[in-house]
Write a protein that binds this ligand. Structure first.
Ligand SMILES: Nc1ncnc2c1ncn2[C@@H]1O[C@H](COP(=O)(O)OP(=O)(O)OP(=O)(O)O)[C@@H](O)[C@H]1O
Ligand SMILES: [Mg+2]
Length: 372
């Protein structure tokens, strides 16, 4: 029976199926290439039949599918990834595993592989498609959180143990011993003050981080501020046998909240003295960066920081050598506070260091030309 056709509205004329399929293909390609996750599909002979932009960049593949098709193992060069795909090809059930890829630094992925095509009954699997979800950053943050909690309980346990032991000794009779009772009370006071300072720093840090701290940003003469900070640190420097040098040109303009800038400098100068050897020199210098930004450098000739510890020194409560740093005092929050204060000013902080040669901490603060 002849079929009657409604007249198609203008502009919606039917297109050949092949063209529609082409459009869908292009749409799929655009969607896959727009994804951050790497996608790789193989056929039953483990030859790569499809991959997206993200996979091309991780596995160093050409932008379009090359011919002859490469084998998965030649592309990934990773037996773990290969095993995950092979297991899906044989079992027909999806597989999930954590894999590490050593390309452009080490990256960790959660790999989900699913079968393509008929899964049952025979003739078997046509292929498998894998999605690589980059979890490097998630795992890094998780490790920082875990270390922070472990370090925090450690930081609190030490003074708390000293307080409890002193109180126990006093209650056990030492309170009647006029020669020693004050000494035990002093231990209690010293450790309670240490816990108070830790809690104060933690509260300050979380307020700076959440933007609750209002900054009173004004132009200042950096050389004057550094002079004042050096006067405050002179006693510490003298007893450590360290000399202080203000290399900032008189009148050097820096735009910052005065109190917070002092806090940044105090932390960096304090560290520079603490981690110097007797006879060492601590120097503060300043120069101009992009768009007139102030680049402040605090340099020491001390112990330095190893390449493995360097990226972690701005984490809260991180210490390179726990026993040495503890002897030097402090809660291990100084650099985390410096980092967040610099960020709150729209700036940044970084560090360059060579073990046994010394370290340079670099604070960059924007110029803020709109201010007088
Ligand atoms: N100038 C430096 N030279 C060598 N190591 C440093 C230097 N500055 C910081 N570090 C390392 O980084 C760690 C973290 O520094 P941070 O200032 O955050 O903590 P802290 O000085 O130990 O304690 P706080 O600053 O709370 O008094 C230090 O414990 C030390 O291991
Ligand atoms: Mg410090």
């Amino acid at each position: 029976m002849p079929r009657t056709r409604k007249k198609a509205p203008p502009g919606s004329e039917e297109r050949p199926v092949s063209q529609v399929m082409d459009d869908i293909g292009q749409l799929m390609e655009a969607v896959l290439d727009g994804m951050q996750e790497c996608i790789v599909a193989i056929d039953s002979r483990t030859e790569v039949i499809l991959y997206n932009h993200a996979a091309a960049s991780i596995f160093d593949l050409p932008e379009r599918n090359p011919l002859p098709r490469p084998r998965l193992i030649d592309v990934t060069r990773d037996p773990d990834i290969n095993a995950a795909f092979r297991s899906v090809l044989t079992s027909g059930t999806p597989e999930q595993r954590r894999v590490e890829v050593r390309r452009r630094g080490m990256r960790t992925f959660s790999l989900n592989v699913a079968p393509i095509g008929p899964t049952s009954p025979e003739p078997g699997i046509a292929g498998a498609a894998g999605v690589f979800f980059d979890i490097t950053e998630i795992e890094r943050l998780e490790r920082i959180r875990r270390d922070f909690l472990a370090n925090l309980s450690h930081e609190l346990r030490t003074p708390l143990t000293a307080v409890l032991a002193s109180i126990e000794t006093l209650l056990g009779g030492a309170i009647e011993d006029p020669a020693n009772n004050v000494r035990f009370l002093e231990i209690v006071q010293k450790n309670a003050l240490r816990m108070q300072s830790l809690v104060h720093d933690l509260t300050d840090l979380s307020m700076i981080e959440s933007g609750e701290v209002a900054l009173n940003v004004e132009a200042h003469d950096l050389s004057v501020i550094v002079d004042e900070m050096f006067t405050l640190a002179s006693l510490r420097a003298r007893s450590a046998g360290v000399s202080l040098e203000n290399g900032v040109t008189g009148g050097f303009r820096v735009v910052a909240d005065r109190h917070r800038l002092e806090q940044i400098l105090d932390n960096l100068i304090d560290n520079a003295i603490k981690f110097s050897q007797p006879g060492g020199r601590v120097e503060v210098r300043a120069g101009r960066g992009e768009m007139g930004a102030s680049i402040i450098r605090v340099r020491d000739e001390g112990a330095g920081i190893s390449a493995t510890d360097l990226p972690r020194v701005f984490e809260r409560l991180f210490r390179t050598d726990r026993s040495r740093s503890r002897v030097a005092g402090g809660s291990g929050l100084g650099l985390a506070i410096v980092k967040h204060l610099a960020l709150a000013h729209g700036g940044a902080v970084s560090v360059e260091s060579e073990p046994s040669k010394g370290s340079t901490f670099i604070v960059e603060l924007p110029a803020r030309h709109e201010l007088p």
